[in-house]
Design a protein around this ligand. Structure first.
Ligand SMILES: Nc1nc2c(ncn2[C@@H]2O[C@H](COP(=O)(O)OP(=O)(O)O)[C@@H](O)[C@H]2O)c(=O)[nH]1
Ligand SMILES: [Mg+2]
Length: 227
């Protein structure tokens, strides 16, 4: 199992959220992803892989700006989109993550450490925070440190399946990665980009169907009322 890149396949709810991607008038769609989870699970390591494909064992490496964010282009079905990843900058350690962290997020990457069950069992609390503060954000589950599987109290496949069942339709993807081995990370972000972009396109299609050319949202609203 160690070092194996793995994209777990379950049936996920791809629709149902209410967020809309932030699209600059001239640029590609930009999807904000926030990293969530306990201190030490590897969020900053995921961020560093995303930022410049590096890995460090230095746990004390601090953020310089409190909040870190970085954007990278991804190609989805021949179209360029941008993913902007936000790291907490260690603020979860002081139990303080401001609302600006959550605001406008299209996705939350819920991280736990595969070899530490406590970091997994606490995730429902994080889901509540996400649902309360980042309305409509898609939630993805990410087990990090797959290279350590077997070293400690491991989160099992059965645990994950139970969690998915308990979460109902809340999860949009489940991944298993290793920042140290750099396994599964690019595949994870690429899959997230697909899910978010598909959701954004279906939302745009829906808007076109509801608001036809020449109609204003008010007219549509009135029309709905009288029918
Ligand atoms: N073996 C192993 N160690 C990791 C992995 N990812 C992160 N770490 C280590 O776990 C510690 C905490 O990681 P960090 O990214 O700071 O976690 P954060 O507090 O969630 O941001 C650091 O010492 C990392 O080097 C991994 O995939 N495998
Ligand atoms: Mg960190």
């Amino acid at each position: 199992m160690a070092g194996r890149a793995m994209l777990l396949t379950y049936n996920f709810n791809v629709g149902g959220s209410t967020s809309v991607c932030s699209t600059m008038a001239t640029g590609p769609p930009n999807y904000k992803i926030i990293l969530c989870g306990e201190y030490g699970v590897g969020k900053s390591s995921i961020f560093r892989r995303f930022l410049n494909d590096t890995f460090t064992t230095d746990k004390c490496k601090k953020s310089t700006v409190g909040l870190d964010q970085h954007s990278r282009p991804f190609t989805v079905g021949g179209m360029e989109v941008k993913l902007t990843l936000w790291d907490t900058g260690g603020m979860e350690r002081m139990s303080f993550i401001g609302s600006s962290y959550y605001r406008g997020a299209q996705a939350a990457l819920l991280c736990y450490s595969i070899d530490n069950k406590d970091t997994f069992t606490i995730l429902s609390q994080y889901i509540l925070d996400i649902v309360m503060n980042a309305e409509g954000a898609k939630i993805f589950l990410c087990g990090n440190r797959s290279d350590c599987a077997g070293d400690g109290e491991e989160v099992t496949e059965a645990d994950i399946e139970n969690f998915i069942r308990e979460c109902g339709d809340v999860l949009s993807g489940v991944y298993r990665i290793s920042c140290r081995d750099n396994s599964g990370i690019l595949e994870m972000f690429s899959d997230m980009a697909h899910v978010m972009h598909k959701d954004s396109l279906s939302r745009m299609t829906l808007r076109k169907e509801i608001i036809r050319p020449g109609e204003t949202p008010e007219l549509v609203h009135n029309k709905k009322k009288c029918c």
